[in-house]
Design a protein around this ligand. Structure first.
Ligand code: 13P
Length: 256
């Protein structure tokens, strides 16, 4: 089964509304010749700029993703944003469980799971992030950690169409460090995640769900990562902040 490559740019806490609009208009122009059936792309600006991004990208195949979400539909939750509000702002994807959220904002596998379920209920596609820390890897527990995050994060999710779920494997030691996992390291863990998807859901889901790699992805290394069977795209941080660099990564993912 062929899986369409997907590149998501996670901007983290960068870019104002005017900067977002300029980036998205530039990206739309750059990507105009590409076939949206051969590759998927999305940008994930901060909440304040989601709507501006959606507006600027209208008429292109490039989607908008939110970096986070809260699971309640509405209510007295100061500072939070619901899935419905994200859909209203023009989002197609919502990231859940980024390691920075787990590390700085105490997110747990349970909250990641609740957020993913809420996104699905609203018709949005969750991008569920997981990955081991350096201490986990050095202590020999990388696979155990990834298995726990996968099983807990995906528990009970009501999704049957593999295109409606995305997983991002982001080893914490590779994020923002310039130390990309080797293609073989990414492949080894991502094949393992795919095996777990078969056990949790079905073989159709295992074969069809896109598993992205994240952690110091650049135009220079996207090709070798995409050459791996179980790497279906990338979640890109730093290198997604520049239009040319992000566009190169999108193009570089189409090869297979
Ligand atoms: P970098 O690409 O900057 O390493 O960040 C990866 C990441 O956290 C994407 O979500």
């Amino acid at each position: 089964m062929s899986r369409t490559p997907l590149i998501v740019g996670n901007w983290k806490m960068f870019k104002t509304i005017p900067e977002t609009t300029a980036f998205c208009l530039g990206l739309k122009e750059d990507m105009a010749g590409l076939d949206g059936k051969k590759v998927g792309a999305a940008v994930a600006p901060p909440f304040t700029a989601l709507s501006a991004a959606a507006q600027a990208l209208r008429g292109s195949f490039i989607s908008v993703a939110a970096q986070d979400v809260f699971w309640a539909e509405s209510g007295a939750y100061t500072g939070e944003v619901s899935p419905k509000m994200l859909a209203d702002a023009g989002c197609r994807f919502g990231i859940s469980g980024h390691s920075e959220r787990r590390q700085y904002f105490h997110e747990t596998d349970d909250s990641v799971n609740k957020k993913a379920a809420a996104l699905i209920k609203e018709g949005l596609i969750p991008v569920i992030c997981l990955g081991e820390t350096l201490a986990d890897r050095q202590g020999g527990s990388a696979f155990a950690v990834v298995e726990r995050q996968t099983r807990e994060g995906l528990k009970g999710l009501a999704v049957k169409d593999p295109e409606r779920l995305v997983i991002a494997y982001e080893p914490v030691w590779a994020i923002g460090t310039g130390q990309t996992a080797t293609p073989n390291q990414a492949q080894e863990v991502q094949a393992f995640i795919r095996k777990l998807l078969g056990e949790i859901f079905s073989s159709t889901m295992a074969q069809g769900v896109r598993i992205l790699y994240g952690g110091s992805v650049k135009p220079e290394n996207i090709g070798e990562l995409m050459a791996m069977n179980d790497v279906d795209g990338a979640l890109v941080g730093g290198a997604s902040l520049d239009v040319k660099s992000f566009a190169k990564i999108v193009r570089g993912s189409i090869s297979r």
